[in-house]
Design a binder for this molecule. Sequence first.
Ligand code: F6R
Length: 591
Amino acid sequence: MCGIVGCKGNMDLRKYLINGLKDLDYRGYDSAGIAFILKEKINVYKFKGTVENLESKIPNHIDSDIGIGHTRWATHGVPNDTNAHPHLSFHQHFAIVHNGVIENYKDIKDELIQQGFEFKSETDSEAIVNLIEYYYLQNNDVLKSLFLIGQKLKGSFAIALLHESEPDKLYFYKQASPLLIGVSNDFNLLASDAAPMIKLTKKFIDLEDGQYGYLTSTNQFLFCNGRPIDIVYSNKEPELLVKDLNGYPHFMLKEIEEIDIVIKRIMNHYFYEDKFHFDSKLIEAINECDHVTFIACGTSYHASLIGARYFESLEKNTSVFIASEWAYYPKFLGNKTLYIMLSQSGETADSIRCMQMLSKLGAPILVVTNTKGSTMERNATYSLLLYAGLEVAVASTKAYSAMITTLALLCEACKNNIDVIDDLNNVCKSIRKIYFQKEQILQIARQIKNSPDVFFLGRGYDYEMSLEASLKLKEISYIHSEGVPGGELKHGPIALIDKNVPVIVFISDKIVALSMRGNIKEVESRGAKTFIISSRSLKHEGDAFVVDDTPIYLSPLLKSIFAFYLAYFVSLEKGLNVDKPRNLAKAVTVE
Ligand code: F6R
């Protein structure tokens, strides 16, 4: 989703804005632009297309020390030059970049049109910059105008704002969309996440909702509800936030092949000196709750399905909801419920909406996220970090594995079962073996790449992992696919099976192995080409890919490596954009 950068001070502005936008490009975008102030005039360059296209069209040297930049992921209005950000206000006193969605922008636009304002774009963002200008023309005070827009706008808005006659101040506002400030001695930065800033500073301000203010070259000024507030600084770990391909052709491949390291890193954080290290209050909350409710989206929802099984092993009742569903049809299952929300980004709007509903009720929420300082992490009752490092490919891989690992460790910590450490160490070894066998998965990818549909079958953990395998394939190869529980096949989906539909079958659990072999016969007798991915002790001759045996609760960590590679290779073979599939964004910061 949209990415924002901004800078003020003694630095190479062109380099920061352009490289910063490139660092944010993994979030997904369709147009890009920058604005800066030169001789009390705001200069804007913005175009549909890539940041590289923008780079080729802006001056080689920009003699300004204040600027903003934006990558736009279209929500209101098609991707074109006019709808691209930054947007100038009607009288051209202000330029804005915005991430979020303004729900009442039509009413505001109508009111401003009545006041004589004219609009150029179809965006909701132009309503913000014109509203600021409208207030400013009355009160001559940008800070007051920012305070007033906070009262008037409904929705989400992280903004950076230039005022042509104040080239010494970079203004900003954060409400329900991510925005961070990076602090240095003689310059200050802002961006939607830490990636653009981490090469320049380790010191950050994680803005809270409702906070606004301005940056000068050497200082930061923060306000909330019309009053100055004290600033809390935080440090971030550079090695976990740098966006670097490290010699790999794609981020997705790099991120798949980091999974063993990520699992080890998580173990090192939560288990050392022969002991688990989780917040004792969290363990107490788990021990005391009757029910655990997971709420998440996409891949994080799939990891939640696995997590729920872990909590069942603690004899908890569990339920798992998709955030955008729960937000409108919430279910409260008793007072002794612990809510667990998984989110790689910690900024997913659907999940944040649920969190806000729960927080109002004072419900305890554990957030498991890869993003320190994210909205979800900061607003959680308890939080666990994933330590997976920046995940750049839109298709989430290592974050899924990190979520499963963290939840496995947490639940085994509740049982004080340190065998999980040996189990995870063995899983890491087995994962590394799969890295060396990926050529076999490429061969399977070549056999399915032209199919219009692919089915994934499994039961139990394998079924839940099939859902993730299917999501991964569809999002980066654009092949329609479904994950189906083996037993459900004959209740409907088998009608779609014929010789053109490859069926990929996971067999990890002895107790369902026979039934799964039965399912294979059923689809093969309808002409389907099957690919069986089995665990070593359950393998049959002719199985397409065999992974090491592992305790069943960790089997998704192994089988998912196969699934991630498969999606990657199919996408690659089809010549598609592996890391940035069409229509998708990395952090889905609008509902
Ligand atoms: C799929 C994928 C998405 C995300 C979903 C939730 O590969 O990445 O389905 O899992 O948008 O995002 P987070 O985990 O950031 O809340």
